[in-house]
Design a protein around this ligand. Sequence first.
Ligand SMILES: [Zn+2]
Length: 549
Amino acid sequence: MLKLKGGTVVDPVHGVQGEIRDVFVEHGRIVADPGPGARVHEEIDASGMIVMAGAIDLHTHIGGGKVNIARAMLPEDHRGDLADRTALTRSGCGHAAPSTLTTGYRYAEMGYTACFEPAMLPINARQAHMEMGDTPIVDKGAYAMLGSDDFLLRMLAAKKDQRAINDYVAWTITHAQAIGLKVVNPGGISAFKFNQRMLDVDEQHVYYGVTPRQILKALAQAVHDIGVPHPLHVHGCNLGVPGNVDTTLTTIDAVEGLPMHLTHIQFHSYGTEGDRKFSSGAARIAEAINAHPNISADVGQILFGQTVTASGDNMAQFRNAGAGSPKKSVVMDIECDAGCGVVPFKYSDKNFVNALQWAIGLEIFLLVGDPWRIFLTTDHPNGAPFTAYPDLFALLMDRELRARQIAALPPDAMAVTTLPSITREYTLTEIAMMTRAAPARLLGLTDRGHLGPGAVADVAVYADERDRAKMFRAADLVFKDGELVVRAGAITQYRWGRALNVRPERDRAIDRRMTRYYEDRFGLSDAFLKVPEHAIGRPQPFGLVPCAR
Ligand SMILES: [Zn+2]
């Protein structure tokens, strides 16, 4: 048994808000205090340290086709030192689109122990899983992406009943080995292929005659009916379009009270006020989230600097392609199923729109009252690489730091946001809710996100620094399944995580229909969509593989 002695424990699931406690670990799980006389094989002193469960990222693009396109497009991203333009380019590193190895290492160093890829195409699921399986230390899961696929749009056009849609969703999640369901620009990715360049919630797809509202309602209902814990994960219509705050509010209404998670909501919270016809809709969005307990959201905060945007939303990426920096882009269709766009991007603190996007994200964090329903993401790598999270923790926890950064940004942008007047500071308990307890609960992972007996022994221990960015950048100790993997911010042990998934029930009649569909449409066996068990796990290695920054 391992005893982590005398740390300051922050565990909101059990109402523990910074109490000095011991944490006991045995066989990869947290166990209750065994009392005096128990055999403790190892004791680690955590006094003066903050002890939390391992952090969970519920929306980060770490696997699948678009990530590999981004890596291939950006050789300059794969230099050992990004600031040094003469540094050698080489594989196995990366910043905005890091390698699998780098991704696992950087997450673990910050105290993250589970990450969820939000846009796994069923048709690419095997590749996405193998890539995530190659990401060390952290556990992984993925949301299967539907909503612009020919099979669903045909069913909706033919007014098939909800049970048929439920069976199709269950079939997809099961064979893709997914843990949830995602929809991206509902119907819009398909509409783009039919030359539509916009598709609002109540607009019809020109070919199928189906609206995004119908798709959202049917999929949210399906996820609910088949008992998948994570609500439908929604990247809404009109991403990045000024005025899309109204689209987002309509989207909230469209699911009629069903559970729904709105992702990277910052990109969906724009008004059209002011001389530049671009303003913050954050207050209206936060008000709507506060008023709808069925809605949760992650922010998709932008932070200034170089990154790459990678999305299934070909419609939005086609609009963005001209703004690529450096000037390159890929926008592609994926036959019958979806689309994809990759555009490198540099957010500038001199730019009015970028500065306002930064403020809008922070406004949403600070105006949504319930830390159980708002989540810390940058939509990695779309708003910023996940390695920038520590800077974001610091901004949320320190209003003086925010004020200093606001003072350096374009005054005309700061004049059209309420951010300068917001004084709220997140507490460590709220940070632990937002990054541990709440994502575990929203994903249905009852043995994670807390430090109670029976929980997976994923534990992060931080020095209690005044500089919160420094504190969260390099955890002092990280345990994965009870094994020490990080000491003083550096990886000490290399191991594989595992894939987490759900297996909803379905009427097996759907299996025959899917076999027929793939034979008729693709001339292929549907076996290629079925991710086998051996593709989602890896045997444990021993030792340490070095990984340079
Ligand atoms: Zn995303």
